[in-house]
Design a protein around this ligand. Structure first.
Ligand code: FES
Length: 273
């Protein structure tokens, strides 16, 4: 159930270039939060700015402590203002919103997470959950293929690696890991090491998601995607987040899905790329 809560900002930390992680104490939202879901944060400033609502996926969920963390890049005024908020302040938060990731079916043993840029945000909590899933069966494997633009923008992945998620990194300029995109990294590493994922979970810019969707189709693999979109309301009221989708009934009518309401998690085959 979605709740509005005044969240206390417990910790704010810069974790990579222009990239911040914020811990929010919000026990009611945290109690029902699931990986893949998101919150809308109301960002206010002192001046005459209008209210800014921004969506952030759950980056880490700490049920026992009643807190969750979000991870974001400073890309505009809203995220810049958020990066300036101080520990001890409160923020109005609405959530949890949207649908969530679900565990692979019983016959699948090898899954791959694909993250591009700030798309790493929801993958941390989901990778953490999948690592628990993998501990239940020796044959299960979880891989992370994470691509960023350059080394200074790479968010540390040690926590996931410690949990048993085998991690590979690439950068567009080759300053860290393999040179290339997250998809190049996935494709090459799977060939080099004979890794055969049976399912992909991915998050990143739309162009990357489209490329991952095509790759998955060629490999005949299901790909579950957390889609980023411009969201103004987060609750299905503004239509700002609509994406063209495959019509459910074989008709040729244009069909749209709302990322905030029907998503943000989709089967890649449902979207018209
Ligand atoms: Fe307003 Fe989705 S963000 S309808």
């Amino acid at each position: 159930p979605k709740t509005q809560e005044k969240a206390r900002l417990l910790e704010t930390r810069r974790v990579a270039e222009d990239t911040h992680r914020i811990a929010l104490y919000a026990p009611r939202i945290t109690a029902t939060a699931r990986p893949g879901q998101f919150v809308m944060v109301r960002i206010t400033s002192e001046g005459t700015d209008p209210l800014l609502n921004r969506p952030f996926s759950f980056h880490r969920i700490h049920k026992d402590d009643g807190l969750f963390e979000i991870l974001f890049r400073v890309v505009g005024r809203g995220t810049w203002l958020l990066s300036q908020r101080k520990e001890g302040e409160t923020l109005e938060v609405i959530g949890p919103l949207g649908n969530f990731f679900t565990l692979p079916p019983a016959h699948e043993e090898t899954v791959a997470l694909v993250a591009g840029g700030i798309g790493i945000a929801p993958m941390e909590e989901w990778g953490h959950r999948l690592a628990q899933w993998a501990r239940g069966d020796e044959a299960r494997r979880v891989y992370l293929f994470y691509g960023a633009r350059t080394a200074s923008e790479v968010v540390p992945t040690r926590r996931l690696e410690r949990k048993g998620v085998t991690t590979f990194i690439s950068t567009d300029d080759g300053t860290l890991g393999r040179c290339g995109t997250a998809l190049d990294l996935l494709d090459q590493t799977c060939r080099d090491l004979s890794i055969r994922p049976q399912r992909l979970y991915s998050c990143g810019p739309l162009a990357m998601q489209a490329a991952v969707a095509t790759w998955a189709r060629q490999q005949n693999l299901p790909a579950v995607m957390s889609l980023e979109s411009v969201m103004a309301c987060g609750i299905g009221a503004c239509l700002g987040c609509a994406l063209p989708a495959v019509p459910p009934d074989d008709s040729s009518r244009i069909h749209y899905v709302h990322v905030c309401k029907e998503g943000p998690v989709f089967d890649s085959r449902k979207i018209l790329w």
